[in-house]
Design a protein around this ligand. Structure first.
Ligand code: SF4
Length: 129
């Protein structure tokens, strides 16, 4: 046998090993979700920005317990999406949480779920300078 034939046999062995590896990688990728990323980022959560007309009362992203607590807090603190008090809105409240980039609704340290920047509740407090 010449050195050339050994090299060819070696090459074919490596080629078959490579084929086995690439065939296996397909199933590995499938097990990992195919390496595809869902639109909207890595969280996979439906984080579509709320529009101004939709308001910030969609609590469907909360667990059942959190939703019940949020509804109770919204009622007891008389939360509304549009503040009836001039100069007092959620976005200038000390308890306000800024919205995620691209989102219309922010949050509140007291009330779970989306909160309107123009909203208001009876726990409004001025921000400290
Ligand atoms: S405490 Fe009330 S006014 Fe302040 S951010 Fe929360 S919901 Fe808005």
């Amino acid at each position: 046998m010449s050195e050339k034939s050994l090299n060819r046999r070696d090459f074919l062995l490596r080629l078959s090993a490579l084929g086995a590896l690439t065939a296996g990688s397909g199933s590995l990728l499938a097990a990992c979700g195919g390496g595809q990323q869902q639109p909207g980022g890595e969280t996979g959560a439906a984080e579509t920005p709320a529009t101004a007309t939709a308001g910030c009362n969609d609590l469907s992203g909360l667990s059942e317990a959190d939703r019940a607590q949020s509804q109770q807090m919204r009622q007891s603190l008389q939360y509304v999406d549009e503040s009836p008090v001039e100069g007092k809105v959620c976005s200038n409240c000390a308890l306000w949480i800024e919205p995620e980039p691209g989102a219309a609704c922010g949050g509140c340290t007291l009330i779970k779920g989306p909160i309107s920047p123009n909203g208001y509740c009876t726990s409004w407090a001025p921000r400290q300078a």
